[in-house]
Design a protein around this ligand. Structure first.
Ligand code: FAD
Ligand code: SF4
Length: 454
């Protein structure tokens, strides 16, 4: 344990975001960093609890007390070794993990000032790259068996990494033109700089993983065929189908799924060009985001950077409770409380209990959205509460609508015994940290199968 009194004497300090007037004009990462002294001070606040709930809450089982102690003592290399023993890509989680561990931290229970594990992770990993502690492994002993991984999102990359280090010859097949999955084509650059993905890919390639891009493998025929050519196949194809809103006017120009905007914007930043007709942009428009979650929030930040006139975000469910505690889901569980992201801070009208009735337009182009305030009442028959109308319908002016209402959980056909499904493809839309944990868990199952045949 670092400094036994630090949690009493030193307050939680977050690095915070770049000022709004500065960050709103570019797609650079919004989060800042602390200096090394401040970072070590923050690490010293970890109490090394007898029962580390942070470790329990992190799907990867990250050993936060251990690496915080090494960080406090200034041993950045040891901190990285401990961190990377459970987390294959801490440079990603260090930036975009919601930090389930921090909500479960005993200090969060004590005074709502948990340790800064997520930021510590990013700092440790950047130091490790800078100081050259991270080098490609050249001592991998090959086993003579081949594994195909379908999908190069975080789950596929984590599985590929583990299986490669275990000595299997791994080929990753990806339908996009580059690897990363939603890390690259969903999460905006202002949350995660894509050079970090390329830096990690260079390492994975140097360690022997082969990547094949532009390969859209058919789930029903391609995967069974591959299972005959490879000793094992890992399916990490995510949740490709977004939930749509089939109300009148859905066909109007200006109504898009959130990922159509987000992936196109990330591709534009990577140098891809689009025609004026293809380009989706919020420039000069009133924008309505339908869906109150994180994908919706990413649309808000993107719309601001594209130069929108205004942004409104509506959600059909009630406004969550405010404050650090959630009486329905108390510590150390994740509090389902109102979340205000850096994108919300940049300016946005947020409304809850709003149902969408239809899209209206002129000459085929969207001009507004018919919505209605609703209420949720207990269902006398039990089960899901009943939605009741609360007011007359109204029109929200909008020239661009972004549908950010989640993704459908994929269904898979019955695969041969040497095919393993992981990440969002197995569990439905979730988090990067869960995708990484799923990829590692699946790599262990594949290894067991290939060694023991069951
Ligand atoms: C806009 C947005 C923002 C998000 N922000 C966060 C965040 O801040 N923090 C967080 O923790 N989580 C976030 N998430 C969730 C997170 O990105 C996902 O849970 C995670 O990426 C899932 O990883 P995965 O590898 O299972 O799937 P994916 O990342 O979806 O990767 C699947 C890959 O498989 C490929 N593929 C699909 N079908 C085929 C096929 N037939 N053949 C070949 N390749 C195929 C896809 O092209 C893709 O590259 C966000 C999600 C979205 C949509
Ligand atoms: S991956 Fe997320 S939950 Fe796990 S230790 Fe890091 S920030 Fe916490």
């Amino acid at each position: 344990m670092g400094n036994p009194k630090a949690f009493l004497e030193i307050h939680r300090q977050e690095a915070g975001y770049r000022p709004i007037h500065d960050r709103i004009h570019d797609f650079g990462e919004v989060e800042q960093t602390l200096n090394m002294h401040q970072r070590r001070e923050q690490a010293s606040r970890c109490m090394d609890c007898g029962v580390p709930f942070c470790h329990w809450a992190c799907p990867l089982g990250n050993k936060a007390p251990e690496w915080n102690d090494a960080l406090y003592k200034g041993d950045w290399e040891l901190a990285y070794r401990l961190l990377s023993s459970t987390n294959p890509f801490p440079e990603f989680t260090g930036r975009i993990c919601p930090a389930l561990c921090e909500k479960a931290c005993v200090l969060n229970r004590f005074n709502h000032e948990p340790t800064t594990n997520r930021e510590d992770e990013a700092a440790i990993t950047e130091a490790a790259f800078r100081e050259g502690y991270i080098q490609p492994r050249t001592d991998i002993v090959r086993r003579g068996k081949k594994v195909a991984v379908i999908g190069a999102g975080p789950a596929g990359l984590a599985a590929a990494d583990d299986l490669n280090l275990k000595g299997y010859t791994v080929t990753v097949f990806e339908k996009n033109e580059a690897a990363g999955g939603l890390l690259r084509y969903g999460i905006p650059n202002f949350k995660l700089n894509k050079e970090l993905i390329d830096r990690r890919l260079r390492l994975l390639e140097a360690e022997g993983i082969t990547f094949k891009y532009g390969c859209d493998i058919a789930m029903d025929t391609g995967i069974p065929a591959m299972s005959a050519d490879y000793d094992a196949v890992v399916v990490a194809t995510g949740t490709p189908v977004a939930r749509d809103l089939n109300v009148p006017g859905r066909e109007l120009k200006g109504v898009h799924l959130a990922l159509e905007l987000l992936s196109q914007q990330n591709r534009v930043l990577a140098g891809k060009e689009y025609t004026k007709e293809e380009r989706i942009t919020a420039k000069g428009k009133d924008v309505l985001v339908i869906g109150g979650g994180d994908t919706g929030s990413d649309c808000i930040g993107t719309a601001h950077r594209q130069g929108c006139k205004s942004v409104t975000q509506i959600e059909i469910m009630p406004r969550p409770v405010e404050g650090p505690e959630d009486p329905q889901n108390p510590w150390p569980a994740w509090p389902r409380t109102l979340k205000t992201t850096s994108s919300h801070e940049e300016g946005c009208v947020r409304r809850w209990n709003i149902n969408t009735l239809g899209f209206i337009g002129e000459n085929g182009h969207l001009t507004g959205v018919r919505v209605q305030e609703i209420d949720w009442q207990p269902n006398p028959a039990g089960g899901r509460p009943l939605m009741v109308e609360k007011s007359e319908p109204e029109i929200i002016k909008a020239e661009l609508v972004l549908l950010a209402m989640g993704f459908l959980k994929p269904e898979h056909p019955a695969y041969p015994a040497n095919v393993f499904v992981c990440g969002d493809a197995a569990n439905g839309a979730s988090l990067v940290v869960r995708a990484l944990a799923g990829g590692r868990d699946t790599a262990a199952k594949v290894d067991h199968y290939l060694r023991h045949g069951s």
